[in-house]
Write a protein that binds this ligand. Structure first.
Ligand SMILES: Nc1ncnc2c1ncn2[C@@H]1O[C@H](COP(=O)(O)OP(=O)(O)OP(=O)(O)O)[C@@H](O)[C@H]1O
Ligand SMILES: [Mg+2]
Length: 495
């Protein structure tokens, strides 16, 4: 049995690593002989089989192919319908995890438990969906760990990185910037910032537009008219992008039998100009992360690169310019997260994380200085508080004879309720005939998987209620449903 296993469930690529007996982590290839498995699922129309990986990505009907499901892990209403059956993001992810578990188990022995990585800014629902996906695939989640933390663990292990470290993870779908302190075997996360829709796919889309324009110029026709053709060009654009990380210029031919072929010829320079805006946004996120913990670029001892898109030379140049020193790269930038997760499976005791958002409640607040009053978001646990943690805030009821105390649980930094998410609600029934001005204690606890629990105690009656924050909707299953879906999944043919 493989005891310490880490899985990077990526937007575009997923990988599994295990800890060898000598204490070093190693990537375990899938049955197709690949170190990383594209996070793509194809539902075949003829055979009862789900293809996962390269065969799914390069294969058939785009209407039967699911790409980048990770982008929807936080959406309770999202599902994909195929042949009349609805699949939630957790179930689709479970298919990807099932392939990894089954095929890697053949090499390293049965995998019953794993550390799974998530973007630092994944919210409650997305984390819960990830845990559900793993359980459906028949694997217990030892811990969820933030991707940049896992990467930092790997850099500390493989390159002896120490001090204040900034992890710059530019993957296929997201950018994560994390600052942490590494001291020997100890890791103290200071802050994490993430941009949800900033990654390699955005670069591919930009190139796709360029291809389409160029094709129109040369042939006066459209380069693609359906999704299948668009996907094909998108793959070609991605290949060209990767070549430009090594070469100054690429040539390609694009087109079809009907409207003819066009020659595409462009340079690294052109590509860099195309993605300038996206790179500027990336640097702004770095500035935001530094400002959040009152650090200057010179305070950072090492900048480490993670994610396939950091192979783009311009990304390294932009960071070097900003920090005044070259970032460190381990080469296998797209494997660092999975490798770190395998190390983390054994080391987790010495990692100190912080919560990635502020949690609060909506309360009626009177400003003592201005006299202004209204419903405000009042923060109970501020962002970047070390976890696990537990904070209590006392509120005073405003009306007499209240029968219910309602607490809205919010996620977000803003005082204005319009700019935060209400992620849960507690309704506590209290005895009749209460005066106004009763004290209500609201306690939020944040566990090491970055899951939130809330406890409301009415001091007057001693009544209390506690909930784990849950979202209603398609994304969340009860334990029983989870078990049913899990046994269904275990019977599927997944290749
Ligand atoms: N040589 C290269 N030059 C440019 N981009 C590259 C290169 N190699 C890989 N990429 C890009 O890296 C991305 C995949 O990176 P990675 O595997 O780190 O992402 P991921 O983990 O799936 O995504 P995320 O971390 O956003 O969830 C793809 O967009 C791919 O095109
Ligand atoms: Mg990644």
């Amino acid at each position: 049995m493989a005891e310490f296993v880490g899985i990077d469930l990526g937007t575009t690529l997923s990988g599994l690593a295990y800890l060898k007996p000598d204490g070093h982590p190693e990537i375990v290839p899938n049955a197709d002989g690949e170190r990383l498995t594209p996070s793509v699922v194809y539902f075949d129309a003829h055979e009862e089989v789900k293809l996962v990986g390269s065969s799914a990505r390069d294969g058939g009907d785009p209407n039967r192919t699911i790409y980048q499901i990770k982008r929807h892990m936080d959406d309770p209403d999202y599902f994909v319908e195929i042949d009349g059956k609805k699949w939630t993001p957790a179930e689709v992810s479970a298919l990807i995890l099932s392939k990894l578990k089954r095929e890697c188990s053949r090499i390293v022995g049965d995998i019953k438990e794993a550390v799974i990585t998530v973007p630092a800014n994944f919210n409650e629902l997305a984390r819960k969906s990830t845990i559900a996906a793993s359980e459906m695939a028949g694997m217990k989640v030892r811990r969820l760990v933030n991707e940049p933390t896992a990467a930092a663990v790997y850099y500390a292990h493989s390159q002896g990185v120490r001090g204040k470290v900034l992890v710059f993870d530019l993957g296929g779908g997201t950018l994560d910037v994390t600052i942490l302190e590494v001291d020997g075997d100890g890791f103290r996360i200071m802050t994490s910032e993430g941009a949800r829709h900033l990654g390699g796919s955005n670069f591919d889309e930009q190139l796709l537009d360029l291809y389409a324009d160029e094709y129109r110029k040369q042939t006066s026709a459209e380069l693609f008219t359906d999704e299948r053709q668009r996907r094909r060009v998108l793959n070609a654009a991605e290949d060209a992008k990767k070549m430009l990380s090594k070469l100054q210029r690429v040539n390609d031919t694009i087109g079809n039998d009907v409207n003819g072929i066009a020659r595409i010829d462009f340079t690294r320079d052109q590509f860099e100009r195309l993605v300038t805006k996206l790179l500027t946004r990336a640097i702004m996120l770095v500035e935001q992360a530094l400002a959040g913990v009152n650090l200057k670029p010179r305070d950072i001892d090492h900048v480490v690169l993670v994610g396939g898109s950091t192979r783009i030379p311009k990304v390294k140049i932009a960071l070097e310019r900003f920090f005044g020193k070259a970032p460190k790269s381990c080469g296998n930038v797209d494997e660092a997260v999975a490798l770190g997760a395998a190390l983390f499976a054994r080391k987790s005791a010495r990692v100190r994380e912080v919560c990635n958002a502020s949690y609060g409640t909506l309360a009626y607040i009177v400003n003592q200085t201005t006299g202004e009053e209204g419903v405000k978001n009042s923060i109970v646990i501020p962002k970047n508080t070390p976890i696990p943690c537990s904070h209590t805030q006392i509120y005073i009821t405003s009306d007499a004879n209240e029968r219910f105390i309602e607490v809205d649980i919010t996620q977000g930094e803003d005082e204005d309720p319009r700019f935060v998410d209400v992620i849960g609600k507690i309704t506590l029934e209290v005895p009749p005939n209460r005066p106004a001005g009763c004290e209500v204690a609201v306690t939020y606890s944040y566990d090491e998987n970055q899951r939130v629990r809330a406890l409301v105690v009415d001091k007057e009656s001693g009544r209390s209620q506690e909930i784990a924050v849950t979202y209603k909707g398609a994304g969340i299953l009860t334990d029983e449903e989870l078990e049913n879906r899990g046994s269904m999944l275990r019977q599927l043919r997944i290749e």
